[in-house]
Design a protein around this ligand. Structure first.
Ligand code: ZN
Length: 273
């Protein structure tokens, strides 16, 4: 990261602490933050009024696409699949740029094995011991992990027994968990809260359609949600269209007073709005 990039991140982090403090005080006072999100806005685009984290999932297979994201001068969060040819390379390169690294833990989806999450996946037929070992192996294969989200996992994240075991392994290592919400019936976020973990939820999938115009629209939606609630998390994937849309879309978010921050700043131990 160059000096201007570092300065921009520091600027965001200072304002993030101000925004979260004000949100906390508002909640304590029983006041709702106004839907316009203008509580802190004094008309200057230099002062962020909301913060977002953007997680990019599915790193680990292709070096050239990873490089397209490494060129983006914004603190994106890299979620990396375990045991893939470029897993370690991507983690080291992204860490060297000061980016946060997450493990993108494969989990069994509905319609498995037609939909296959790949190697090192947590599967529903596994014993408790095998689940714990799978999580440990996956964590070992990606250096520098500070949190985890799920790759696929629509079946597993609906299963409180398996999720509890997975999350206990993460909690023992002081890792946070982001529920990707690949199913509306996911219990992962609530199980994490019940264990006292730091957790958060995905609010916006950025690239269900791999088109630049689609992802730019989703980034605008992310900005709307963040301005309403003060903060929001989005998930995108390793796709060239997503990288291109972010290059255009992040400066537009910043112009609206929405700052991109590393995802660890947005995880909490209490229920978010
Ligand atoms: Zn994935």
């Amino acid at each position: 990261m160059d000096i201007s990039g570092r300065h921009s991140v520091m600027h965001c982090l200072v304002w993030l602490s101000v925004i979260l403090s004000v949100l906390f005080l508002h909640r304590r006072a029983g006041e709702a933050v106004q839907a316009s999100g203008t509580a802190l806005h004094d008309g200057s685009p230099q002062k962020p009024v909301a913060v977002v984290a953007i997680i990019i999932d599915d790193f680990g297979d292709h070096r050239s696409t990873a490089e397209a994201f490494l060129e983006i001068d914004s603190p994106l969060t890299y979620s990396i699949l375990p045991g893939r040819p470029m897993s370690q390379w991507t983690a080291k390169r992204a860490s060297a740029k000061g980016r946060e690294i997450m493990l993108h833990l494969p989990m069994e989806p509905h319609r498995y094995p037609e939909h296959n999450p790949g190697p090192m996946a947590v599967l529903s037929h596994m014993s408790e011991r095998d689940i714990r070992q799978t999580v440990k192996d996956a964590l070992m294969s990606v250096p520098g992990v500070i949190g985890v989200d799920n790759h696929m996992g629509s079946l597993i994240t609906e299963d409180p027994r398996v999720m509890r075991i997975v999350l206990e392994e993460l909690m023992a290592r002081r890792l946070f968990y982001i529920d990707s919400l690949t199913t509306a019936k996911s219990v992962a976020y609530d199980v994490g809260l019940s264990l006292g973990m730091h957790v958060a939820k995905n609010r916006v999938f950025l690239d269900n359609e791999r088109r630049v115009a689609y992802t730019e629209q989703r980034l605008k939606r992310l900005g709307d949600i963040a301005l309403r609630h003060g903060r929001a998390i989005a998930i995108g994937h390793v796709a060239r269209t997503t990288a291109e849309a972010l290059q255009q879309g992040i400066p537009e978010l910043e112009a609206r007073g929405v700052c991109v921050v590393p995802v660890s700043r947005l995880v909490t131990q209490e229920k978010s709005p």
